[in-house]
Design a protein around this ligand. Sequence first.
Ligand SMILES: NC(=O)c1ccc[n+]([C@@H]2O[C@H](COP(=O)([O-])OP(=O)(O)OC[C@H]3O[C@@H](n4cnc5c(N)ncnc54)[C@H](OP(=O)(O)O)[C@@H]3O)[C@@H](O)[C@H]2O)c1
Length: 99
Amino acid sequence: MQKALKSQDIQLESWAPFAQGKNNLFNNELLKALSGKYNKSIAQVVLRWLIQKGVVVIPKSENMKRISENFNVFDFELSADDMATIKSLDKGIGLIYSV
Ligand SMILES: NC(=O)c1ccc[n+]([C@@H]2O[C@H](COP(=O)([O-])OP(=O)(O)OC[C@H]3O[C@@H](n4cnc5c(N)ncnc54)[C@H](OP(=O)(O)O)[C@@H]3O)[C@@H](O)[C@H]2O)c1
């Protein structure tokens, strides 16, 4: 979808970058390991992955500390290997909508 949108100059946006916490995202073992490696929270790793993929992120939090945490994602970079590893979590099924 991202390729198709890009060809039409349309920016892909993620309006639920944490999939609303579905699928136990904040306890995922792979993301937990990367969180330790980069000394960033799982939420920050997720946001960084999307940003590095060129996706605009619109995370929601009702908690001031987490809102601030969600902005603090511009001082580290995921390696190409780690980007590819995170992609392996894609099951090809949307957790909120599926097209
Ligand atoms: N999803 C959609 O289809 C859709 C459609 C239209 C508009 N939107 C808008 O898009 C925005 C995002 O949507 P969303 O709420 O559906 O999904 P989301 O951002 O993927 O998930 C929000 C959930 O993640 C938690 N969270 C946020 N930051 C966190 C952090 N750093 N660590 C741990 N947990 C964290 C929030 O809990 P806390 O609040 O307790 O931190 C909340 O339970 C909202 O402004 C929403 O109104 C979404």
